[in-house]
Design a binder for this molecule. Structure first.
Ligand code: PMP
Length: 352
C-alpha cells in the first residue's frame, strides 16, 4: 500500500462490530438482537410488500413509516425522521448537529461508535467518567460542552438516567444539542420523547433492531423538533443517502402497530433478564443492574477473556471488550429461555 493510503487508513481506529458467525448452531448472545422472531403479522406485511411495485424507488420522505411512528408516540409526523438503522441517523447527527466548536461530551464507557464518529468528523471529544457503580451523572457534564450524546440506558453497562436529569441538562445547556440514544429504552427505561416538545435542543434516537426484532431490516428513527430534524435532512440529501426501502418500511410499520407482540416479547426478555441476573449472582458474578436486553457482569476470581473463550468452546458467544475499566466484564445478551438456561449450565461447568 502506498504511504499516502496507509496513512489515511491507519489514521482511523475503526469500530469493531460484534461478530456475526457463519455457523448457525451457536447460541449467539453477543450483539443484543432480539431472541424472538418478528411476529407473523410483520412477516406477512413484508411478504405483501413484495407484491407491490418494487420496480419503483421508495418514498424519499418515508411518509407512511414516519406517520406510524408519530401515531405510536402521539406526536406530529414532522417531529419524526427515519433512516437505515439508528447508526445512520447517529452518523448524520454527528455531521449536522454535534460538530460544534466546543467539545462533544459523552461518557468514558459507552457505545464504541461515538469515538469513531468523532474521529471521522474531526470532532473534539471530552469524557465524563462513569461512577464506580457505572451510573452516569449528567450534572458532571461541563458548562463548556459544545454538545452532548449518551445512550439511555448506557451501553455496554445497561444503567439509565432519569427523565428529570435529562430535562435539567436540556435546560442548563439550552443552545447545545443533546442526543439521547435510546437503542435499549424499551427494556425498562422511560423514553425522553415527551420532553421533545419543551426542549428544541433534544434529539431522541431509537431503533427497530432490538425490542422490535428487525435488526436485519436496518430501520431507525429520530424524534426532535423540525428545526433539528432539518439538519439531519440536509446531511441525508447532501450524501444522497437512500430512504428506508419498501420492504423495510412495510415491516417496520407493521412492527410499530403490533403493540401486543411487542409488549409480550419485551416482558419475556425482562423476565429472563431477572432470572439470568439471579443465576449469575448465585455463581459468584457481580452483575450491574441492567435496564437493557443484556447484562454486564464480572467474576471476581476468573479472567473475563478466558470465560468468553470457555463459553465459545461450548458454542455460546458473548461480548468481551478489551477496554480500560471493563476488560474483566462480559456483556451477555438475553436470549430465549432455553438459551439463558444453556448459558447458566455452561458457566456452572466452567466454574466448577
Ligand atoms: N446505539 C447503541 C447504543 C447501540 O448499541 C446500537 C447497536 N449496536 C446502535 C445504536 C445501532 O443500532 P442500529 O443501527 O441497528 O439501529
Amino acid at each position: 500500500m502506498s504511504r499516502f493510503w496507509s496513512k489515511v487508513v491507519h489514521g482511523l481506529t475503526p469500530y469493531t462490530p460484534g461478530e456475526q458467525p457463519k455457523l448457525t448452531n451457536l447460541i449467539k448472545l453477543n450483539t443484543n438482537e432480539s431472541p424472538y422472531p418478528p411476529s407473523p403479522g410483520v412477516l406477512e406485511a413484508i411478504r405483501a410488500a413484495t407484491t407491490g411495485d418494487l420496480r419503483l424507488y421508495p418514498d424519499p420522505d418515508s411518509t407512511a413509516l414516519r406517520q406510524a411512528i408519530a401515531d405510536y408516540f402521539g406526536i406530529a409526523r414532522d417531529h419524526v425522521f427515519a433512516g437505515n438503522g439508528s447508526d445512520e441517523i447517529l452518523a448524520f447527527a454527528f455531521q449536522a448537529l454535534l460538530n460544534h466548536e466546543g467539545p462533544l461530551v459523552y461518557p468514558d464507557i459507552t457505545y464504541s461508535f461515538y469515538p469513531v464518529y468523532c474521529q471521522l468528523n474531526g470532532i473534539r471529544a471530552e469524557h465524563i467518567a462513569l461512577n464506580d457503580d457505572f451510573s452516569l451523572d449528567l450534572t458532571a457534564v461541563p458548562d463548556h460542552a459544545g454538545a452532548v450524546i449518551f445512550p439511555n440506558p448506557n451501553a455496554p453497562t445497561g444503567q439509565s438516567v432519569s427523565l428529570e436529569h435529562i430535562a435539567q441538562l436540556c435546560r442548563r445547556l439550552p443552545d447545545r444539542v443533546i442526543v439521547v440514544d435510546e437503542a435499549y429504552v424499551d427494556f425498562g427505561t422511560e423514553t425522553a420523547v415527551p420532553l421533545v416538545k419543551d426542549h428544541p435542543n433534544l434529539l431522541v434516537v431509537q431503533t427497530f433492531s432490538k425490542s422490535r426484532a428487525l435488526a436485519g431490516l436496518r430501520v431507525g428513527f429520530a424524534i426532535g423538533q423540525p428545526e433539528l430534524l432539518a439538519g439531519l435532512e440536509r446531511i441525508k440529501n447532501s450524501f444522497n443517502s437512500y430512504p428506508v426501502d419498501r420492504l423495510a418500511s412495510a415491516g417496520a410499520i407493521a412492527a410499530m402497530e403490533d403493540r401486543a407482540g411487542f409488549e409480550h416479547d419485551r416482558q419475556r426478555i425482562m423476565a429472563s433478564r431477572a432470572w439470568v441476573n439471579e443465576q449469575l449472582t448465585v455463581l459468584g458474578f457481580n452483575v450491574v443492574p441492567s435496564q437493557a436486553n443484556f447484562v454486564f457482569a464480572r467474576h471476581p476470581q476468573r479472567d473475563a477473556g478466558e470465560l468468553a473463550l470457555a463459553l465459545r468452546d461450548r458454542a455460546i458467544i458473548v461480548r468481551h471488550f478489551r477496554l480500560l475499566r471493563i476488560d474483566q466484564h462480559l456483556r451477555i445478551t438475553i436470549g430465549t429461555e432455553a438459551e439463558c438456561k444453556a448459558l447458566i449450565e455452561a458457566l456452572k461447568e466452567i466454574l466448577a
